[in-house]
Design a protein around this ligand. Structure first.
Ligand code: BG6
Length: 485
């Protein structure tokens, strides 16, 4: 179904995010017939290029980042014709009149301002948008990580954007929330009666959330070295996955119902003091090793900075202090240069209280629900069954296996496709509210402070391994182990 007519302004239009994600996502939506004929996309940046030159950038981005099976020459022409460009100084005065003139040709449209720029100019750009009278009751602003580097800077950022745009017009992207499998977590939990009765400390032993990447620094050394795995992945993506796993059933899928419940989870996370940080968290940094594509350099060599203490791996044990989750550890883990790209949520149920299978006691394993976020998206529920055959009551642990690719013969849309269209439609359910971002920092800050004041270097791990051995020990101490298939 086509959305209402809109103008989509991308600040930082020729940047990496715009080329890799935003333009390809808009193209895909156009291909599916969701963009109305009037929709326009306007790139902006300081570069002095013409509409035609920017159209060429857009065309090349689509040719490079859209799978060839999805390329359609007619759609590409139609799409590129929507694209325009305004050269401007986003925080100065140059170019704004030109942008205003273009936008004001169509005053009644939805206006999306997508700030794909450095976060320190989010506030100043909002000021300029306002100063040039570009805000209408149909405008929205989209911002994305890094949303601060700690609580204080996140509060300052929220305040500077919030001075201009009301919270109902601010869309903070966490692209994990746009992933099909992440949305499916809500379907799984709230559209089935099977799980809710056992979704608590009485039946669940622990939860594991892993987001493992095989890539290293890629071309983002400058940013990554100031962030590290905690700020880059845990504070946002992984904590959002934790919220969706642990939250109470919202009263509806309305944006604030969902976000209120996620916020309660963030508030329930038990803060860690420095002693707990030392026991419950592991920081790692990769050294030279191998990926599936061959030998790779260590983080410090890749970075060209021999003393960086930035972590490329984090494993930690979090606790949600409420009735539902009392005593249930949430083990969170993320890292670069791990053996493979795997994101999954593992819900480990408790063992049965009493076994009647005496001879097979050793084979008994507790139920396990594995929600595979990517790749090979799907859900597996591990159960005990009888090994078929006449050999007595032998048991086996086998999965009920639902692979999305096998079950649904449709293309899985990129997260940005869903999220961009939600911005246009004005649906904030899959976007983070300002107080969520701040609550996540409030929990993360003391952990990072304790790391900094300990002065300890992250533990090293060879590229292509599952992180420092301390990460394995973190679970072993509790008599548990990371899920492996
Ligand atoms: C980004 C991080 O937010 O997510 C990157 O900044 C990371 O470091 C990426 O590689 C992972 O996203 P995905 O969708 O590939 O899992």
């Amino acid at each position: 179904i086509a959305v209402d007519p809109f103008d989509f302004v991308i600040f930082g239009g020729s940047g990496d995010l715009s080329r890799r994600k935003l333009l390809p996502a808009l193209y895909q939506r156009d291909r599916d017939g969701q963009l109305p004929a009037e929709a326009r996309i306007i790139g902006t940046s300081r570069r002095k290029v013409t509409d035609e030159e920017f159209q060429k950038v857009a065309r090349e981005a689509i040719e490079s980042f859209v799978p060839s099976a999805d390329m359609d020459a007619e759609v590409l022409e139609r799409f590129v014709a929507r694209v325009g460009y305004v050269s401007m100084d986003a925080t100065g005065s140059e170019g704004w009149d030109v942008l205003a003139k273009r936008l004001n040709e169509e005053k009644d449209r939805i206006r999306v301002f997508y700030l794909s720029t450095a976060p320190d100019i989010f506030g100043p750009i909002c000021e300029q948008i306002n100063a040039h009278g570009l805000i209408t009751d149909k405008s929205r602003v989209v911002i994305e990580k890094p949303l601060g580097k700690d609580l204080e800077s996140a509060q300052a950022l929220n305040a500077s954007v919030g001075k201009i745009f009301p919270e109902t017009s601010v869309y903070r992207i966490d692209h994990y929330l746009g992933k099909e499998t992440v949305q499916n977590l809500m379907a799984l939990r709230f559209a089935n009666s099977l799980f809710e009765p056992v979704w608590n400390a009485r039946y669940i032993d622990h939860v594991q959330i892993t987001v493992a990447e095989e890539v290293g620094l890629e071309s983002r050394a400058g940013y990554y070295d100031t962030a590290g795995a905690m700020r880059d992945m845990i504070q946002n993506h992984i904590m959002q996955l934790l919220c969706l796993t642990a939250m109470e059933v919202p009263t509806s899928l309305d944006a604030d119902s969902v976000r209120d419940e996620k916020l309660k989870v963030l508030h329930s996370l038990k803060p860690m003091n420095p002693t707990q940080v030392a026991h419950q968290t592991v920081r790692g940094q990769y050294t030279a090793g191998a990926s599936t594509k061959g030998p790779v350099r260590g983080y410090l060599e890749e970075l060209g900075h021999p003393t960086s203490m930035t972590e490329t791996f984090v494993a930690l044990k979090a606790e949600v202090g409420n009735w539902r989750w009392a005593g249930v550890p949430f083990y969170l883990r993320t890292g670069k240069r791990l053996p493979s790209r795997v994101s999954e949520i593992v819900v480990q149920f408790r063992p049965i209280p009493h076994s009647v299978f005496e001879e097979n006691a050793g084979q008994l394993q507790a139920n396990r629900l594995v929600i595979r976020v990517q790749p090979d998206e799907g859900v597996k529920l591990w159960l005990m069954i009888k090994d078929p055959g006449p050999g007595g009551m032998r048991l086996q642990h086998v999965p009920l296996d639902m692979s999305f690719a096998k079950a649904f013969a449709v293309r899985s849309p990129d997260a940005y496709e869903r999220l961009i269209m939600d911005v246009v439609r004005g649906n904030q359910t899959l976007f983070m509210r300002g107080d969520e971002v701040e609550a996540a920092w409030r929990w993360v800050d003391p952990i990072m402070d304790a790391w900094m004041s300990s002065g300890e270097f992250p533990k090293t791990y060879r590229a292509g391994t599952w992180g420092p051995s301390a990460s394995v020990a973190l679970l072993e101490r509790d008599g548990r182990s990371w899920h492996e298939e």
